[in-house]
Design a binder for this molecule. Structure first.
Ligand code: GLN
Length: 508
């Protein structure tokens, strides 16, 4: 791997990029060039990008450099970003990693994309994901799996695996993901970065290719809580184009990052954590001890219905997906199969255009909504969804934040779970309830597995087979500020988020 003329900010966080541009140490164009070079050298191994838009990105960076006054106070001016390929980008192919949309070029931008560009961000490309954001490993992409920069034979997590791998490998300081059942937080955890799923309604979904509309939210993957706070400030707020977007005022999220967690009550659902991976469990306990030492109170909470979250999620999400995906019929969008009759055209388009997991979900969803089974499955699932939500309401009457692992295991090997969909679905046990209840949740790096043969978790150089572990924090509705504050305070006392994976080029 060669690297030419890297001065540093091209590997930096949002804060570092802004600092380098603000002090005129580096121009937006220089940083963008470093980013594009870095992607060119590393992405072939990661497969994190479906599309790279080098010329457009360079032109935007140069335009920002030409008008420093205009962009001086823009929060993301000159910051290279990547966008999950299920978010519409005007004039840029948007595939949802599906053959169905392989050549689809939207005529409009998702609201989040427009807001990031108005804030000065420079989009460099679209990231690989599971097809239509269905999966937990990024193995369901029509364009091949993404690889984990910590261990290339392992999954990066899904479905925003390309975004997580890109941020972990220092290709961009921020990448957007979408989270229907954990797709921002779980890949963030498995790649060792920060991932924030906002409260349902906090961020406009306009222009997000729908998976399950009552669960989908868009959010950032970053290296620090500060960068997540800056990005959320840009993304959040009402949008006339999304009737479910909330009108609540958007606070200054960075102002919440005081380092102060004294008196914060952190609830831990102990009963739910039985049987998880021993190293994950040890890392979570160690993280809670760090927060306790900073003055937070650790309290037991009971979430009696949380163990039903996975089956409830896979009933509700497949039902909604079967409806949302009805539009891909060969007439309105994307791929159309050749056929002699209209009926045959519909059938072949869907048979050839969708991958196996997407077809499985459509069949499951159609089944649970069918006249004979609606009451037994869909209706029952909605009722249990309400019980799960009530558990959290009760918990949040006692505590400010609920903590648990993001994923029950670290990253598994590519191919290890694909043959057994139920095993794959069970990876989502800790993430889906935030979507079912609409609550905000963040995943922050909280340690590593021991390297094979090594005795302890600590003091090992990177690149020796260690895998990242993530701590998940859930919060009250619209209280992203509390999550960011606790996450940032935790970062101040730990070094996990500063460690680069082996597959990157060190900063400076
Ligand atoms: N793993 C979950 C699923 O397959 C979550 C997906 C997501 O959040 N987009 O549905």
């Amino acid at each position: 791997m060669t690297d030419r003329a890297v001065r540093g900010a091209g590997r930096g966080t949002i804060r570092e990029v802004r600092g380098a541009i603000g002090s005129r140490e580096q121009s937006a164009a220089e940083i963008c060039r470093e980013t594009l070079d870095h992607i060119a050298s590393i992405n072939p191994q990661l497969n994190a990008f479906n599309t790279v838009i080098a010329d457009r990105a360079m032109a935007r960076a140069e335009a920002i450099d030409r008008e420093p006054e205009r962009w001086r106070d823009a929060p993301l001016a000159g910051v290279p970003i990547a966008v999950k390929d299920n978010l519409c980008t005007r004039g840029i192919r948007t595939t949802a990693s599906s053959r169905m949309l392989e050549h689809y070029v939207p005529a409009y931008d998702a609201t989040v994309v427009a807001r990031l560009e108005q804030a000065g961000a420079i989009m460099v490309g679209k990231t690989n994901c599971d097809e239509f954001a269905m999966g937990s490993s990024n193995e369901n992409s029509a364009f091949g799996p993404v690889r984990n920069p910590w261990a290339l034979d392992r999954i990066p997590g899904g479905t925003s695996g390309g975004s997580a791998a890109a941020v972990a490998a220092r290709l961009t300081p921020m990448a957007l993901g979408s989270d229907t059942g954990g797709s921002i937080r779980q890949p963030a955890a498995l790649c060792g970065v920060v991932g924030l799923k906002p409260t349902y309604g906090r961020v406009s979904r306009y222009g997000l290719i729908a998976h399950a509309s009552s669960l989908d939210q868009i959010g950032p993957l970053t290296r620090t809580a500060y960068d997540a706070a800056v990005t959320l400030g840009v993304l959040a707020g009402a949008d006339a184009a999304d009737a479910t977007s909330a009108a609540d005022a958007v606070p200054d999220y960075t102002a919440a990052l005081t380092g102060e967690v004294r008196g914060v009550r952190i609830g831990v659902p102990r009963a739910l954590l039985e049987g998880i991976d021993a190293e994950v469990s040890a890392a979570i306990d160690a993280a809670l001890a760090v927060l306790e030492a900073r003055g937070a109170a650790i309290v037991d909470v009971d979430l009696p219905h949380a163990r039903f979250a996975t089956p409830v999620y896979y009933l509700v999400s497949t039902a909604e997906a079967s409806s949302n995906l009805a539009r891909y019929d060969g007439v309105r969008y994307g791929f159309r199969a050749k056929a002699d009759t209209l009926r045959d055209m519909y059938a072949r388009t869907r048979a050839e255009g969708f991958g196996p997991e997407v077809k499985r979900r459509i069949m499951l969803g159609t089944y649970v909504l069918s006249a004979g089974y609606y009451d037994a499955y869909y209706l029952k699932a909605q009722q249990v969804r309400t019980l799960i939500l009530r558990d959290y309401d009760e918990a949040f009457a006692k505590v400010d934040v609920v903590a648990m692992p993001t994923s029950p295991t670290p990253a598994v090997k590519i191919g290890e779970r694909v043959a057994d969909p139920v095993q794959m679905y069970l990876m989502d046990i800790f993430t889906v309830s935030a979507n079912l209840s609409g609550l905000p949740a963040i995943s922050v790096p909280c340690g590593f597995t021991a390297a094979p043969g090594a005795p302890t978790l600590a003091n090992q150089p990177p690149g020796d087979g260690r895998l990242p572990i993530g701590l998940q924090l859930m919060g009250r509705r619209f209280d992203e500020a509390a999550l960011l504050r606790v996450a940032d305070a935790y970062e101040r006392d730990t070094e996990w988020s500063k460690q680069p994976p082996p597959l990157t080029i060190p900063n400076r």
